[in-house]
Design a protein around this ligand. Sequence first.
Ligand code: MIC
Ligand code: SF4
Length: 644
Amino acid sequence: MGRTIAEKIIAAHLVSGEMKTGEDIGLRIDQTLTQDATGTMAYLEFEAMGVPRVKTERSVAYIDHNTLQSGFENADDHKFIQSVAKKHGIYFSKPGNGICHQLHLERFGIPGKTLIGSDSHTPTGGGIGMLAFGAGGLDVAVAMGGGEYHITMPKMMKVNLTGKLSPWVSAKDVILEVLRRLSVKGGVGRILEYAGEGVKTLSVPERATITNMGTELGATTSIFPSDEITKAFLEAQGRGGCWVELQADEDAHYDEVLDLDLSSLVPLAACPHSPDAVKTVEELGPIHIDQCCIGSCTNSSYLDMMRVASILKGKTVHPDVDLTIGCGSKQVYNMLALNGALADIIAAGARVLECTCGPCIGMGQSPRSGGVSLRTFNRNFEGRSGTADGQVYLVSPETAAASALAGVLTDPRTLGDYETIPLPEQFLLNDNMILPPAPESEMDLVEIQRGPNIKPFPTTQPLPESIEKKAILKVGDNITTDHIMPAGSKILPFRSNIPKISQFCFTVCDPDFPARCQKEGGGIIIGGSNYGQGSSREHAALAPLYLGVKAVAAKSYARIHCANLANAGLIPLQFNVEADYDKIDQMDDLSLPHIRQELEAGTDVTMIDKTKGITIRLTALLSQRQRAMVLAGGLLNYTKESAR
Ligand code: MIC
Ligand code: SF4
């Protein structure tokens, strides 16, 4: 039987396990990327493993998230990462060079290769036919050391594209439509593979917008074929030599098929506070807006920005609206500066930001209280903008620019004539903000710069025979990692300081959570379905670990967070009967009397709610390897033990 594109890449990288849906598989990883909000921890973990040089074909450390530097903390992290990168064989992208995913697509990504990144939007690389996954920092550290990356072999879903996008409708509307149909849980356990005649009508940056936001579906990853369009893009980036063709076999088998006629799409918006709360811009009507933010790893390419500049040209941003623009990379900014488009953007009255994540991760530009903000980003979780009651809508750059001029949510189709913007035959190439590592012969001369904000990775203990803890917190469905470990300009500086950052853990849901954990000596968290959706930040596992949390019992989990819990040595438990969730109240006394023995044997887990006098059965969502890891007290201990 023929193979899908993803199956071909998996087969070529399979180190352990069998390519059968639901099986645990280990993959060889060709490339890794980190960003600074998760990178410091990943490199501390890499150091703890004691591997002198990375064993991947290419590893890159980007600085793009924590660039405000309102204190010494972020700058400390940057210097630490720069020195680790130089010593251990990693390319370093300086702050101001751009956003990791945009840059990786432009300068490093290669079709047919595997990539993992300590950022959930790493599947952006699927836009050029890479098999790219978001992962926890520890998984990235292990891959840099030459270790396998483990996933559960996903189902294959074909997204069959037909037709062609109408003027003023763009790639963002495609992925918003997929989100509308499938929801934030619809991609869980699946790889979305884009196919069909419609693929040929989409440029690489458009494809990357779609694979980037596949993360919001909970998908393991998303991928496009590598074709003539991919080739032209790589050639324009001066990298035509790394192009290979990648197509699914004619008789490839897909478990599911989603048909999407591009011609039928209209401008869409994801309403507060979820990327799948999608409505048409037309049906939402002229909502008054306060702010428009254009940029982020989803929509900050040359094409996106040229389109925005052409809409703004000769006009003025509405007096009631703040418009911010952040290009995805220095390449994009530089080209816009040279061709005059940046002048059009500035003249219209936009606030031009440096090319980083910026407002997407709450690093400045929070909207006014209750303010409506249109963003071309990929997430609109409650509070993520930095304003607890901010009303964030996710829209295309075209919709954002049209609305910024009108002062109200505006369908860009009302703008009239549509000018097609071609992809340049040659992008401007200047990698002077990417620093190569020191040659291996000189690595010993490089000193690691460890400022006072860099605290060591928390130590963990092997799993005890039994656990007696309180239900320290009970939360509902779709809890995101932004709830568990909030970000934003006040908290992000402490990403390399677990003792400090843990004081903010879950405070969005319950300000007393950290203090209660300290008083009670931690506990067990009770969660609803899709627990831990969103970002790959392992801090959402490390902070609870530091606070003494031992396990989570939930209805279901998001993939990366579930793996991060196991990596940290915490047990992700799933209720066998969902209704048992209702029986437990916060602060009940819980016991897992045989936990070690049960994990060793791979059987169901018994939990006794002593307050209610009931016994509940759960499943530990752990592969055999992960069980061994949790028994050892987490992936770091396990890796050290296995190396002995
Ligand atoms: C995000 O979009 O939430 C982030 C910030 O890029 C995260 C990584 C992080 O939490 O540092 C992600 O998506 O993985
Ligand atoms: Fe940065 Fe936002 Fe992309 Fe995360 S989603 S990598 S914060 S731009």
